[in-house]
Design a protein around this ligand. Structure first.
Ligand code: LLP
Length: 440
């Protein structure tokens, strides 16, 4: 089983009725650091990184990039750096975090469909490795800024391969009607502009990303075939050999027992087989591949601990247990109807006797974290653990209802370290001011 196929961090164990992660008692962590609390297990991150490296080891021309959007902070980027990963970033904030984490900026790629001039300038100043140019506007802007700085930007072209993959509508990015990238019929036009006008863009290759939480390796197979076909076509039409190809991220994870994501090895097999076949068919040189997973690298390593509070029982309808967090620390259930799995961390061996609905604390009826889950009897003060919250939880967290964002701790070898501190009430008003005229 590969790590993205596990519901829980790989170090999860039960010791005296308590859930332990990374050798740490999660109940003690909850009491020490407070709740809600994001807990990240270093062993789980390192294990999935090894699985990616192992699965693609025969393919020597590969760069693993971590998609920072899934979870971006100094400590997490440092761990991925020590695993030899590069970084896919989409904002000045992510680029700055990578810079401050001490990462070699040549290993950073800048993605996104509306990069600002300010972000482009920062990226050029830091000397980042690649820009994935998304559209005509950006190509012109990047060329202009690079030219004003007397430098050249190494770029990939983000293309829309026209693949439908079976995942939630909001997280498909490669289909024809997408806000991202150049549709295939526009590639010649942009290449012509680069050849004739945009002298400060150095075209290295192409880039696509077909979606997220993908369960079908067939989608990757088709994607690779299309990208290789495009490389061959570009060579023929424009006489340019591009030898880089970024296939994006997207591998799914197991949020509940109903989820059956493929293993990293299965993903690698689809990519490698599709490569072999397409290279034979189109007779071009093997390109360097970039792969940029986010969710599958970080999701399983993360859990969120909450303290149970109030209860509301509606006879013959349902029993709500309210937690001290919710849609501001994990917006995914409200946004995508995402499903999760939970345990009561201080009652791990107690029989699961009742169906409850785990509600958030935010002022919105839709703030439900898990509907109808069978758990042991929950009392106020119990610690509820929701699994698989490493990706797109903290990174999409908000201060809705003016609630402080939770802390994050990293666990490893029975030790815990706070890597993001909890926001304070003063943090919430730190950048605010009252105009003088209102003070009178
Ligand atoms: N590369 C590009 C260009 C992307 O747009 C994405 C994700 C990734 C890589 C990483 O994909 P991953 O391996 O994490 O699936 N907020 C949504 C997910 C949005 C994904 C956006 N792009 C969620 O919570 O499900």
């Amino acid at each position: 089983m590969s790590t993205n196929q596990s519901l829980r961090p790989v170090t999860a164990e039960i010791v005296e009725n308590h859930l332990f992660i990374g050798g740490c008692d999660t109940v003690e962590l909850a009491h020490k650091y407070g709740t809600p609390l994001y807990v990240i297990d270093e062993t789980t991150i390192r294990k999935i990184c090894s699985e990616y490296k192992e699965a693609f080891k025969d393919y020597h021309n590969i760069h693993m990039m971590y998609a920072c959007k899934s979870l971006c902070n100094l400590a997490v980027l440092k761990i991925l750096d020590t695993e030899g990963f590069g970084f896919d970033t989409v904002s000045a904030g992510e680029i700055y975090t990578a810079y401050k984490a001490g990462i070699n900026m040549k290993k950073v790629l800048f993605n996104g469909n509306n990069k600002s001039a300010k972000e482009i300038e920062l990226a050029l100043e830091y000397g980042i490795g690649r820009f994935s140019v998304d559209n005509f506007y950006e190509a012109e802007l990047l060329n202009r800024i690079a030219s004003s700085k007397n430098t050249k930007a190494d770029i990939l072209l983000r293309i829309t391969p026209g693949i439908e993959c079976h995942t939630h509508d909001y997280i498909q990015t490669g289909q024809i009607d997408s806000k991202f990238g150049f549709n295939l019929n526009l590639i010649d036009e942009i290449i012509n502009l680069i050849k004739t006008e945009y002298k400060n863009l150095n075209l290295k290759g192409i880039h696509a990303h077909i979606g997220s939480q993908i369960f079908e390796t067939r989608s990757y197979y088709d994607e690779v075939e299309i990208l290789i076909r495009e490389l061959a076509r570009i060579k023929e039409v424009h006489g340019i050999t591009l030898n880089e190809m970024n296939i994006g991220g997207g591998l799914g994870v197991k949020y509940t027992n109903d989820d059956t994501p493929p293993s990293v090895a299965e993903l690698a097999r689809a990519v490698t087989e599709a490569m072999k076949k397409a290279l034979d068919k189109y007779a071009i040189e093997e390109p360097v591949i970039y792969i940029e997973p986010g969710r599958s690298i970080i999701s399983t390593s993360g859990i969120t601990l909450y303290t149970a509070g109030s209860k509301k029982t509606i006879p013959n309808v349902r029993k709500y247990i309210a937690l001290d967090g919710g849609m501001a620390d994990n917006p995914r259930p409200a946004m995508y109807q995402a499903k999760y799995t939970a345990d009561v961390a201080n009652k791990m061996n107690n029989p699961k006797t009742e169906f409850v609905t785990l509600a958030g604390r935010y002022c919105e009826s839709g703030d439900i974290l898990i509907e109808n889950i069978k758990l042991p009897n929950i009392e106020a003060g119990d610690i509820v653990c929701i699994y698989n919250t490493g990706a797109y939880n903290y990174s999409m967290a908000s201060n809705y209802n003016r609630v402080e964002k939770p802390a994050m701790v990293l666990v490893n070898n029975s030790q815990s370290a706070m890597i993001v501190s909890r926001e304070s009430l003063d943090d919430l008003i730190a950048r605010e001011s009252i105009p003088d005229r209102l003070r009178k």
